[in-house]
Design a protein around this ligand. Structure first.
Ligand code: K1U
Ligand code: ZN
Length: 173
């Protein structure tokens, strides 16, 4: 297992559509392991492959809130939202590619998602609460969409400018 570098917005790779995964390979299993380690280390509750500069439709997540509970990692290959509830919920979202910036985003409260598992089998499951919010946020990453794209242009611009400044400071060391 290895930690991968997380891309920081703005980066053209975070705005691109990721490619479907054709088959489960050793490289893909390694990537999923590395992404889980990177997510837990950040710390975060989700991570999409484009955030670590791999343009494949792969997501990892663990939204277990109880710190005493054992980890509950999920690896989703080619996830698609097959149903959304008419009810909405609002959650203050963050993003590991937009550090220290949070904003309220409204999304469907419940979703049903279909994906391929690491054993190649197809799974379909309904999610609610933080799992539903997080998985929609992660699938957006696969389509080149960030949570700030849901905000008003002025707020999005303000956050983008902060991130440009952060990246300049990081480059200076
Ligand atoms: O995709 C990402 O950048 C990960 C992101 C996922 C997410 C958070 C909140 C709402 C929707 C999606 C994060 O994990 S940001 C960090 C975070 O939320 C967190 C960190 C430590 C403990 C609990 C939460
Ligand atoms: Zn994110």
């Amino acid at each position: 297992m290895a930690l991968r570098n997380i891309l920081i917005h703005p980066d053209p790779r975070l705005k691109k559509m990721a490619d479907p995964v054709a088959n489960v390979s050793d490289d893909l299993r390694q990537l999923a392991d590395d992404m889980l380690e990177t997510m837990y280390n950040a710390p975060g509750i989700g991570l999409a492959a484009p955030q670590v500069a791999v343009m494949s439709r792969l997501v990892v997540a663990d939204c277990e809130k109880d710190e005493d509970a054992s980890p509950n990692p999920l690896v989703l290959i080619n996830p698609t939202v097959v149903w959304t509830s008419p009810d909405k919920s609002v959650y203050e979202e963050g993003c590991l590619s937009i550090p220290d910036q949070y904003a309220e985003v409204e999304r469907p409260k419940e979703v049903e998602i279909e994906w391929m598992r690491l054993d190649g089998k197809t799974q379909r499951e309904k999610f609610d609460g933080l799992w539903a919010t997080c998985l929609q946020h992660e699938i957006d990453h696969l389509d080149g969409k960030l949570f700030i794209d849901y905000l008003k242009p002025l707020k999005r611009q303000m956050i983008t400018r902060k991130m440009q400044k952060l990246k300049r400071e990081m480059a200076r060391g």
